[in-house]
Write a protein that binds this ligand. Structure first.
Ligand code: HGY
Ligand code: MN
Ligand code: MN
Length: 416
């Protein structure tokens, strides 16, 4: 079977694990994500890899090298998705890693260094508002007592979600590998933006990853009758939330030269009825930039707006920071390796930043890290219309295979 057909079957196999009617929904620590992870474990085992699940639900598969105690060359990404996602975000990186392993096995290649493939748990913030939980746990960056009680849209805490997956949240720290070093970490991922397609490039060599500061804001006014409450006597929490969202948009537009963005992606009205002036609204705020100073100016504007709204609308605003990460720069040594492979294979590439967060941003703690992008059709992502061409994915896999082999050092080719 040729690689193209084999890979397409693998990606389609992964995407059958889906709770959604529209697009793909494989939420962190859900039944669909767990069955998908276990199915993927079986696929790795079928390629003679040692497999294990760590205490945070990360799946780790290992292909031994000739010298077992050398640091591993690692590939990884995530299998969980946002709600009503596309087929490619995360799944490409995990399945690409397995395709590389299959190719090494087909060719009987033995490497000096062991090679690992990781499917990180809970990369998306869709369920609990915090992202890259699995890779954070792997580098010892979990805020345990805050994460424990974070709730999803059904009121299930992260701790409860763990127990429903037969995981014990109390031992999440056991997932840490921060005493180890990786020889190299590679993540192949869709760009999730329009640049590569617009510039007719096939590979993005990522130089740095923007980082988010995330808030949960509760705006508390007074619920009252929509028919009998005069406009000048209302304490409308939803209008307060709306003014915050618009102020964030305005501040981020001011900072656009830094690629800074701000989003209110969730808004819940309690208890919510068309004939009740909203008394309580919760919003989740995501502000990102590769410049800490620019991001801070947007945060400062947010708090200035909050104090204006408190006075103007006589509402209360409770704020909770649920994430504050630093932007990361990736390995120039690995970027050079990827660039040389693109030149050798005559594949059009460019260097670029990543506005999206990725597990790679935590893996920099364990060793040199590279993030390789392939084009997204019309830059669409986190959307059922997300699409990447199979040929582009296979180009990415060719690059990944060669970069991993360069770092893992091919020892011998055995007869297969
Ligand atoms: O939110 C993100 O940047 C990514 O989808 N985890
Ligand atoms: Mn995503
Ligand atoms: Mn992703």
């Amino acid at each position: 079977m040729n690689d193209k057909k084999r890979y397409k079957e693998l990606l389609d196999n992964i995407n059958q694990y889906n709770a959604g009617e529209i697009g793909i929904t494989r939420i962190a620590y859900s039944n669909e994500e767990q069955t998908c992870t276990h199915a993927f474990m079986r696929m790795c085992k079928a390629e003679n890899m040692e497999i294990r699940l760590d205490d945070c639900g990360n799946m780790i598969a290992r292909r031994e090298g000739k010298i077992a105690d050398l640091p591993p060359v690692v590939m990884g990404s995530h299998l969980d998705t946002v709600y009503q996602a596309g087929k490619y975000d995360g799944a490409v990186g995990v399945t690409a890693g397995l395709e590389v392993i299959k190719r090494l096995n087909d060719k009987g290649i033995v490497t000096d260094h062991p090679i690992e493939l990781i499917a990180f748990a809970c990369e998306e913030s869709a369920r609990f508002g915090v992202s890259t939980v699995g890779s954070k746990a792997m580098v010892g960056k979990i805020n345990k007592e805050m994460y424990r009680y974070l709730k999803d849209r059904n009121g299930i805490t992260m701790e409860k979600a763990f127990s429903l997956c037969a995981l014990d949240f109390n031992s999440i720290d056991q997932a840490s590998r921060k005493e180890e070093t990786f020889k190299a970490f590679f993540e192949l991922h869709i760009e999730q933006g329009p640049i590569l397609e617009n510039e007719k490039k096939k590979i993005g060599i990522v130089t740095g990853i923007a980082a988010a500061v995330r808030f949960i804001l509760k705006i508390i006014g007074t619920s009252s009758h929509s028919g009998t409450t005069p406009m000048n006597m209302r304490k409308d929490a939803l209008l307060g939330a709306a003014e915050i969202a618009l102020a964030l948009e305005e501040a981020a537009i001011q900072e656009r030269e830094y690629g800074t963005v701000a989003t209110v992606g969730e808004l819940d009205v309690y208890s919510g009825a068309m004939n009740v002036v909203p008394g309580e609204v919760q919003i989740k705020v995501d502000i990102r930039s590769t410049s800490i100073e620019s991001r801070q100016r947007v945060v400062d504007h947010l708090y200035k707006t909050i104090s204006q709204i408190i006075n103007k609308r006589q509402v209360e605003v409770k704020d909770k920071v649920i994430g504050m990460e630093a932007p990361v720069n990736l390995s120039s040594e690995l970027m050079d390796i990827v660039e040389q492979i693109c030149v050798k294979k005559d594949i059009a590439y460019r260097h670029m930043q990543s506005g999206a967060g990725h597990d790679s941003m935590n893996m920099v703690e364990l060793g040199p890290t590279a993030l390789i992008f392939i084009p997204s059709k019309e830059g669409i992502s986190h959307n059922p219309k997300e699409h990447s061409d199979l040929e582009d994915i296979l180009d990415g896999i060719d690059i990944l295979e060669e970069a991993v082999l360069q770092c893992a050092k091919v020892t011998t080719i055995t007869d297969v």
